[in-house]
Ligand binder design. Structure first.
Ligand SMILES: Cc1cc2nc3c(=O)[nH]c(=O)nc-3n(C[C@H](O)[C@H](O)[C@H](O)COP(=O)(O)OP(=O)(O)OC[C@H]3O[C@@H](n4cnc5c(N)ncnc54)[C@H](O)[C@@H]3O)c2cc1C
Length: 316
């Protein structure tokens, strides 16, 4: 069924690095939900696999002494969604992980595989980017940290070297504390669907919950790699949550920063509409989740049911 040359079960990260270094054609396999699909489709024949599936240290989710959240690359989507540290500090990442595939995929697929496959559509990628998270890589020369924003270098391409294992992702304390966020995935149907567009907004409100002290906006499939909109974030900083212009400001500025393409899933024009629409909706939800008084939060500039993005697919 699968055309595999060899399969090696690594017992530790160091063992996996050694096995990769010894065979330049070997590929890591973690949950296998991407690798095995590619193998079955015949895209890679005669492959040597190095499994990191059973390395317990890669599955840990913990906080370090500085309050940074460390997510093991081998943590599954279900592990992430159900973890108390994630619920407390990075709930939006748990929500994004919960939109992946179906329950079987979420129980097996890992965040490490999701990021290392280099896909712009990866549901956890835009969210990790919004946290300005670091990818921790371990190789024969030691450990290095690369910001997610510098990790991707083209569609399906990352700066990870062949003999490096991604061991974890680090979210700094100042990037999660005081923020609340919302992730929206748009797909043609509600489950087992790769994102046509993914949008995450995170905000930190002032102590009286009336102003946006800080904001983050990131997208998947709005460009060849996951993409963050720094100008749009700056445009809404300091604005009142009651200001009716807040949504338009975020969306119109974001449109100057994105670069989506047409694909069989959607045209460039439709993706641009999604970018505008979903950023507005996610901003309002993030503000409400942050504890602002709903009566004082500016309403969206239309009623949801009048918007035709609803009828063309599923918003999660
Ligand atoms: C039916 C189905 C539905 C899906 N739906 C979605 C979806 O809705 N959203 C979504 O984002 N994805 C989806 N996927 C894709 C896939 O499930 C995810 O990308 C998943 O996160 C891959 O993780 P994995 O552990 O299975 O990776 P694997 O298949 O084991 O590996 C993927 C790639 O990453 C590399 N890799 C894995 N772990 C590491 C590591 N620790 N260090 C370095 N390199 C590593 C591997 O060498 C390989 O190149 C779907 C897949 C299927 C089959």
């Amino acid at each position: 069924m699968f055309d595999i040359k060899s399969f090696y079960e690594a017992t530790s990260v160091a063992d996996a690095i050694r096995a990769l270094k010894a065979d330049e054609d070997a590929e890591l396999i973690s949950g296998g939900t991407d690798v095995l699909i590619r193998l079955r489709e015949g895209k890679k024949a005669d492959l040597s696999l190095v499994s990191i599936h059973n390395i317990a240290e890669l599955k840990k989710i913990e906080k370090d002494a500085c309050g940074n959240i460390i997510i093991g690359a081998g943590a599954s989507f279900s592990d992430i969604t159900n973890n108390e540290i994630i619920k407390e500090g990075a709930n939006v990442l748990g929500e994004a992980a919960d939109t992946v595939g179906g329950p079987q995929i979420r129980n097996v697929g890992t965040i490490g595989g999701n990021i290392c496959n280099g896909a712009t559509s990866a549901d956890t990628a835009s969210t990790l980017l919004s946290f300005d998270a670091a990818v921790v890589l371990e190789g024969p020369e030691g450990v290095r940290e690369v910001a997610v924003r510098e990790f991707y270098c083209g569609p399906g391409k990352t700066v990870r070297r062949h003999d490096e294992v991604c061991t974890s992702f680090k979210i700094k304390n100042e990037e999660w504390e005081g923020f609340e966020g919302h992730y929206i995935k748009y797909g043609k149907r509600n489950a087992m669907e790769i994102a046509t567009l993914g949008c995450v907004v995170r905000v930190k409100l002032s102590a009286d919950k009336k102003y946006i002290e800080d904001a983050r906006l990131a997208f998947g499939v709005a460009g060849p790699t996951p993409l963050r909109c720094l100008k749009a974030e700056a445009a809404v900083k300091g604005m009142s949550v009651s200001d009716a212009d807040i949504y338009e400001k975020l969306a119109t500025t974001a449109l100057t920063e994105v670069n989506p393409r047409s694909s069989w899933r959607a045209s460039k024009e439709f993706r641009l509409q999604l970018i505008s629409e979903l950023s507005k909706r996610a901003l309002r939800e993030a503000i409400l989740k942050s504890g602002a008084d709903e009566d004082k939060v500016a309403p969206l500039p239309y009623k949801g049911e009048e918007n035709d993005t609803e009828s063309a697919g599923e918003v999660r």
